[in-house]
Design a binder for this molecule. Structure first.
Ligand code: ATP
Ligand code: MG
Length: 601
């Protein structure tokens, strides 16, 4: 490719709304154009990156047995009603909808379980055809509450989504393991450090799932992990051991104490310590948070309890309420109560809610990990300006208190599977794999004929990779002060040749052109920078855009030499006759290295 024909448009300044490196550098390099809120146009450079990422994904998912298909983005409401997800996605307002001229409503695919399950029910009849895995690489739409960070969280994006169909859960387990390896291979080939963590299944549902994370300080997910034991989980899902606290002396019976104007735990603790209850800390308090949970059919009031020094994890709480709701579930939306709702639920001002008398909610749920073994506590009295000291959950809580895991695990908590301690880091979710079981096939009556001549619902798995998000995540792992440092396997071009002689220096130009043809013939993705610009400007552009290998044909050409430099590496003088071979060998070695890393998975 000739740079003069590439319509390059790099920016020297960071765009004002770009908060993270990938957004900033992709905008400055001219990869991205903002077309609307959460909507981006992929420029020619980004298109090449996306194509390369897509090719690796297709290659690896096919290698794992996937069959590529393309499903419609516009999906009939009726299909989504069969699975029950139309209501879920409408309630969470995640799905964008359109209407055709006949007035029929369609959802724009946020994911495609319904369409593929319907397909499978038509094309798979016998157990002899199983297992099968279909996948596509296609546009997805999600009406995100807060699109941000450039390609990272957008309303329209490209996802590889795969769906596997099985006769048994053992067969699903085998494919799930294969897909997990395929993901690891995929990210290794792209030069991305990604790792699997246990995850919550969210609106997709199912019995188990893992997310693939790229470690990055700007990641929106928190991961708890222990490098010794290998445990790693999204905070939404993480379990752990929470250290117990020493007991303090409190009245043997539950005693109401006036705490005028002190509703917040830290205020109550300070007030009690100053009034004779020495040694009480936040960890001796019962934290009560009141919520309203919405399902498709009901609104439920909930009081959630956790030890006073800890936080409630809303994903865990949502799952706990969903379990309690049974057929009336799942919970589609969870929000803290407004002050007037708190007054109605407790008969008191906010800050004085507790688990004893006076609490009027549908469900009261206490955290097992921090409260099951707790000693006497300080809790709200459900009476304005009053707390209860010496409150014993087993003795004093209202009947019907439920127990579940609600606490947010944090760094310093114990590894659930070993003696070790958990650490915390941030990650970008680039992929997600789920064991769906029969959730969709049962709801949609998608069945096959088993060896017993009876009809059985398919056992299913599903698997997603955020193809376009991967491009942004790759930049977060590969950039420096000058710009992007693409791994060669996903770089828009592999090599750039910069003629840097005086204008009209025919020897330089012909040396550059000869190298250009040599590299093109070898199948290298090569650019020659034939623009009428100063070498310094050209170097800056290519460093920003992130081409992995640069050859400069300059003054040295007169002595038969050119300069070769891997991005971020050292400049070396190379004999002109060897320069093409040097670049080709470098690119091939890089690709081979990534493949070897994938083969080691
Ligand atoms: P997130 O938690 O980041 O919202 P998700 O868990 O809802 O993502 P999945 O349903 O698991 O996403 O979708 C599979 C993959 O699609 C994700 O792992 C991610 O890489 C990508 N993805 C999801 N939502 C977006 C988005 N709004 N913009 C870009 N990529 C996305
Ligand atoms: Mg996910």
């Amino acid at each position: 490719m000739r740079a003069s024909r590439m319509n390059l448009a790099t920016l020297r300044e960071d765009p004002a709304d770009a908060e993270i490196a990938s957004h900033r550098l992709l905008m400055r390099g001219g990869f991205l154009h903002k077309s609307g809120a959460g909507l981006y146009l992929y420029g020619p450079l980004l298109q090449r990156v996306i194509d390369k990422i897509s090719r690796i994904v297709v290659d690896e998912i096919s290698r794992a047995g996937g069959l590529q298909i393309t499903m419609p983005i516009m999906q009939e409401q009726a299909l989504w009603e069969k699975s029950g997800r139309w209501a879920t996605y409408q309630a969470s307002r995640t799905m964008l909808t359109v209407r055709d001229r006949a007035g029929q409503t369609f959802g724009l695919a946020p994911t495609a379980e319904e369409v593929v399950t319907d397909y499978a029910s038509h094309v798979i009849t016998s157990h002899k055809q199983l297992p099968v895995c279909f996948f596509q690489q296609h546009t997805k739409f999600r009406d995100e509450i807060r699109p941000r960070f450039g390609l990272m969280r957008v309303k329209e994006f490209i996802m590889m989504d795969a769906y596997s169909f099985h006769a048994s859960s053992e067969s699903l387990d085998a494919t799930y393991a294969q897909m997990r390896t395929a993901y690891q291979r995929t990210f290794k080939r792209m030069g991305l450090e990604a790792f699997a963590v246990e995850a919550d299944s969210g609106a997709i549902g199912g019995s188990g799932s893992h997310e693939f994370m790229v470690a990055a300080a700007v990641g929106e997910d928190t991961i708890l992990f222990n490098p010794q034991s290998g445990y790693a989980a999204n905070v939404e899902r993480a379990i752990g051991r929470v250290a117990a606290v020493g007991k303090v002396s409190m009245p043997a019976t539950c005693t109401a104490v006036a705490t005028p104007g002190h509703g917040h735990i830290s205020e109550v603790v300070a007030f009690l310590n100053a009034n004779g209850y020495v040694g009480i800390t936040a960890a001796h308090c019962l934290k009560c948070v009141l919520f309203v949970a919405k399902s498709a059919t009901a609104e439920t009031t909930v009081a959630a309890f956790v030890r006073g020094d800890r936080e409630i994890n809303e994903v865990k709480l949502t799952n706990a309420i969903t379990r309690l709701l049974g057929d009336a579930g799942p919970v589609l939306n969870l929000r803290p109560m407004q002050p007037d709702e708190v007054r109605a639920a407790t008969g008191a001002e906010p800050g004085f809610a507790g688990a004893g008398e006076g609490l009027r909610v549908k469900f009261a749920i206490a955290d097992k990990l921090t409260l099951a073994e707790a000693g006497p506590l300080v809790g709200g009295a459900n009476k304005t300006d009053h707390h209860l000291v010496g409150f014993d959950l087993a003795r004093d809580a209202l009947p019907g208190l439920q127990w579940d895991e609600l606490v947010t695990i944090r760094a310093g908590d114990g590894d659930p599977r070993s003696e070790g301690v958990l650490e915390e880091k941030r990650g970008i979710e680039v992929g997600h794999i789920f064991k769906l079981g029969t959730k969709y096939s049962e709801a949609m009556k998608a069945e096959f004929l088993g060896p017993d001549q009876k009809r059985h619902p398919f056992v299913m798995g599903c698997y997603g990779i955020g193809t376009s998000r991967v491009a942004a995540a790759a930049v977060e792992q590969h950039f420096d002060a000058d710009g992007i440092t693409w791994p060669v396997t996903i770089a828009p071009y592999e090599v750039v040749i910069v003629p840097a002689g005086k204008p009209g220096d025919v020897a330089v130009e012909s040396a550059a052109e000869a190298l250009y043809s040599e590299l093109q013939q070898a199948g290298i993705d090569v650019v020659i920078d034939d623009r009428d610009a100063k070498p310094g400007v050209k170097f800056k552009d290519w460093d920003l855009i992130g081409i992995p290998f640069r050859i400069v044909c300059g003054r040295g050409v007169a002595e038969g030499k050119v300069e070769c430099k891997p991005r971020g590496g050292e400049n070396a003088d190379v004999a002109m006759a060897d320069a093409g071979a040097t670049a080709i060998a470098w690119v091939r070695a890089q690709i081979a290295q990534r493949r070897a890393a994938a083969d080691a998975c």
